[in-house]
Design a protein around this ligand. Structure first.
Ligand code: OAK
Length: 830
């Protein structure tokens, strides 16, 4: 007999021969075993993709071991946990990142080469997990990596979209969207937890019932959908801790369907079951403009309800008294998208746990924190009351109740200032009565964070001024950061090795402040020489990719000037293109003898436009039309090339960023909440050409204004410039716009409305007034590039100053100042 539990465990451990081993033979055996039994191919005959699948499964086995250890350890220690609720995650590929964080990349590379495969080639087989749009979503992914690495007891929650962000296909220079059915070939990283499912209710009515003499609300739903958990392991670097990103998928609920079957309409009942899966089927591709769509609201509640049920179940496993809830649980709202969680927590505590309103509210106010990633009021989510009332009738009542109590309290504090009361109310009156999700989040959260210093100040001075005056202590700043594991170690192995060599340690991979140690060698000719070599190799890799994608051959001696990010008017890709036209025009009009003085450039632009964003799509087309003209002009040759990189995503970014000499972050001041792309370029020793917006202001503090190229109006100057009745259009800007209007690049009529945004009298994004200063910054960049040693020194100083922009710093700050959690490290270095 097996006897006691520990004897049982001991025997099982022996039967499995301990943990998986990481020597070369064991890894080879594991990979072949997965070829034969998981992928079900013969181990004598399998291709690169099948080899990748087998490899991924063998890595997954190791991740699962660690994630079991971590969860058991958390369970035993029962620390306060943070639950990170985000509607979007841009994870990209997982293979390289996982083996690097597990510390067994070289062992795998060796094992594969013994089998006749190359690690890098197999890693290329993996598709991106693109369950998000842009900055906010990639930030969530970076922060998960930091939470795991810093041993925080954290969980990520999100939605398992079957279709991620659309694939961008360019036809004749126009963007077309194609579905990204990323699960087509299976997803080796996830584990479906068939037993971790929760019913999620929708529609129906609320009835008052009498429970032991007390009135109580009972929600009788009209539809129930089951949420099933898919767990994705997130390994930390230099630790055994492996945390979990739990994504929910929709699944038909048997409970609800019984009735349909009983009515005899079998076929219809089966067809209806399919509807459940639709909830998690597709990611909305608009990253800013908000539309009050029912499916979107359904997605939000579905994800929130399943997550809250899961969190409460875990709490109840170890505790019976909800007074302890705030000591054990922190809930982080990543923007307003998950803020229905507030109403849901209240519903569960009041209607199901019968805690009473005041006690429930007291608990809710202690657990929620909220981070906002937007700058302008128009982008904030507003849910029409009618929509919410029909989909979630009980939640609407709860939000009304929260608002009623809040407004009553407010009246006591500020008196009957009706304008202010109506601005602060969670309910917006008007043609379409709606719920202001940001107001709901602020009222309940103990902390409201901005994502850069200037953004946090803007929130206090503008967007949430009224709330700041009421609750100044709630408002904090957590400047964004990115993970150096993904953005240097995985994507730029040569730079990684060079940094470790000169610092004499790899410790910077966990302790990124050590990068400042590079400052001492910034002028060292040997380091500079090696640094340039690394950049050259990365430029070569990028040049090959550009040629393969666009057929354009580019010179490695040229400055690679990159602007890759979502296409938005405020990000001003149009300013970049107008600047390129100006450069082209100058070269064309130059004496031939002068041309040798021109610093050659390869201008690279990439990014997706939201499918319904017409102006952004025109910017993409203009880029292609200009590229067509320039790249085929023999007068210009290698002095200027323009390429658009299609379908920009995380894995393309990993290739582009290390190969960039210069990158542009040129939003109209006051529009970019933070910007995180700039941080990735900075880490990779790329010089920035930027406006003083978002986190650039802090980058300047770190590396000094001499080490980047700043230009343009400052935040406080923008309102005044906008007020000018007819904005000044400098001659040079007017001239390039005229070229577009005159059809120099074709598509005359099509570009008309695009030109109007600049010279049509409004120029809201101030391209005209910033144009001159933009050209000056570009000229300064040319001048610096012409002196390779100077440039390389600036490049080294950029990397050396990038430590503050690691998500490790951001996450430590959140843990200490917002969530009140501590590391909980599995006691082994394994
Ligand atoms: C997406 C959807 C709704 C609201 C905001 C976003 C978003 O992606 N915002 C971006 O978040 C990044 C991370 O904080 C910031 O760096 C960007 O400036 C901001 O635009």
């Amino acid at each position: 007999s097996l006897g006691s539990d520990s004897a049982k465990a001991e025997r099982m451990f022996r039967l499995m021969d301990g943990f998986l081993k990481n020597d070369s033979i064991s890894l080879q055996q594991d990979i072949l075993r997965h070829v034969e039994y998981t992928v079900a191919r013969s181990r004598f005959n399998f291709d690169d993709f099948e080899a990748y699948q087998a490899l991924a499964h063998s890595v997954r086995d190791r991740l699962i071991e660690r994630s079991h250890d971590t969860q058991l350890y958390f369970k035993r220690k029962d620390p306060k946990r943070v639950y990170f609720l985000s509607f979007e995650y841009l994870m990209g590929r997982s293979l390289s990142n996982s083996v690097i964080n597990l510390g067994i990349r070289d062992q795998y590379a060796d094992a594969l080469s013994q089998l006749g495969f190359e690690f890098e080639v197999l890693a290329e087989q993996e598709g991106d997990a693109a369950l998000g749009n842009g900055g906010l979503a990639r930030l969530s992914a970076c922060q998960m990596d930091s939470m795991a690495t810093l041993d925080y007891p954290a969980w990520g929650y999100g939605l398992r979209y079957e279709y991620g962000l659309f694939r961008q296909v360019i036809l004749d220079g126009f963007q077309h969207e194609q579905p990204d059915f990323w699960l087509n070939f299976g997803n080796p990283w996830e584990t479906e937890r068939v037993h971790v499912t929760y019913p999620v209710k929708f529609y129906g009515v609320v009835e008052e019932e009498n429970l032991n003499g007390e009135k109580c609300n009972v929600w009788i739903p009209g539809e129930v959908v089951e949420a099933v958990a898919y767990d994705n392991p997130i390994p930390g670097y230099g630790t055994r801790n492996t945390i979990t990103l739990r994504l929910w998928a929709g699944k038909p609920s048997d409970q609800h369907d019984m009735e349909a079957y009983n009515t005899g309409d079998y076929i219809n009942a089966v067809v209806c079951r399919q509807k459940a899966e639709n909830i998690s089927s597709v990611l909305y591709p608009d990253d800013r403009s908000f539309q009050g769509k029912e499916l979107r609201l359904k997605q939000q509640y579905f994800f929130v309800s399943a997550s809250i049920q899961d969190i409460i179940r875990r709490f109840k496993e170890a505790h019976s008294n909800f007074d302890e809830f705030p000591e054990k649980v922190a809930l982080q709202l990543n923007d307003t998208h998950p803020s229905l969680a507030i109403a849901e927590v209240m519903r569960v505590l009041v209607d199901k746990e019968h805690l009473g309103w005041n006690k429930a509210w007291d608990i809710a106010c202690k657990i929620f924190s909220f981070t906002i990633h937007a700058v302008i009021a128009e982008g904030l989510e507003k849910i029409p009351v009618d929509l919410l009332g029909s989909l979630l009738p009980r939640h609407l009542q709860i939000i009304y109740e929260i608002n009623f109590k809040f407004v009553e309290e407010l009246k006591k504090r500020i008196g009957l200032d009706y304008n202010r009361l109506s601005r602060m109310s969670i309910i917006e009156e008007g043609a379409v009565k709606s719920i202001r999700m940001a107001n709901l989040a602020i009222v309940c959260s103990h902390t409201v964070n901005g994502v850069s210093k200037v953004h946090s100040e803007l929130l206090k001075a503008k967007l949430f001024k009224d709330f700041y005056e009421l609750w100044p202590q709630k408002f904090q700043c957590k400047t964004n950061g990115v993970t150096q594991r993904r953005w240097i170690v995985v994507s730029n192995p040569s730079l990684c090795a060079l940094i470790s060599k000169w610092l004499g340690t790899e410790a910077w991979i966990r302790d990124v402040d050590l990068l400042t140690g590079l400052r001492a060698y910034a002028a060292d000719p040997d380091l500079q020489q090696e640094w340039m070599m690394v950049k050259k190799v990365n430029k070569m890799r990028l040049a090959e990719y550009i040629e393969a994608m666009s057929g354009v051959k580019v010179s490695l001696d040229a400055m690679f000037d990159v602007q890759t990010k979502r296409i938005h008017e405020y990000k001003r890709q149009l300013l970049n293109i107008l600047g390129i036209i100006h450069r082209y025009d100058c070269i064309k009009n130059m004496e031939k003898s002068q041309r040798s003085k021109v610093v050659p450039r390869v201008c690279i632009i990439g990014g997706k436009a939201a499918p319904g964003y017409e102006i952004a799509k025109k910017i993409i087309k203009l880029c292609h039309a200009v590229a067509e003209k320039i790249n085929n002009d023999t007068d210009v040759g290698d002095l200027l090339k323009l390429v658009f990189i299609p379908d920009y995503n995380v894995s393309v970014a990993e290739l582009v960023i290390p190969g960039a000499d210069l990158s542009q972050h040129i939003s109209t001041a006051g529009h970019e909440a933070s910007g995180t792309g700039s941080m990735k370029f900075l880490m990779n020793g790329c010089l920035l050409l930027a406006t003083e917006d978002g986190s650039t202001v802090e980058i300047v503090e770190e590396i000094g204004a001499d080490n980047l190229f700043l230009f343009g109006a400052k935040i406080h100057e923008v309102p005044k410039l906008r007020e000018e009745v007819s904005p000044k259009m400098p001659l040079q800007c007017a001239r390039v716009i005229r070229m577009v209007r005159d059809g120099y690049f074709g598509f005359k009529d099509y570009f008309e409305s695009l030109c109007d945004t600049v010279d049509g009298g409004k120029d809201f994004y101030l391209l005209g007034s910033d144009f001159q200063s933009y050209l000056e910054a570009q000229a300064a960049a040319d001048k610096a590039f012409a002196d390779p040693n100077k440039w390389t020194q600036m490049s080294i100083l950029s990397t050396a100053g990038s430590g503050r922009f690691s998500s490790d710093r951001t996450i430590r700050d959140y843990a200490e100042k917002t969530w009140g959690i501590e590391p909980c490290r599995f006691p082994s270095d394994g």
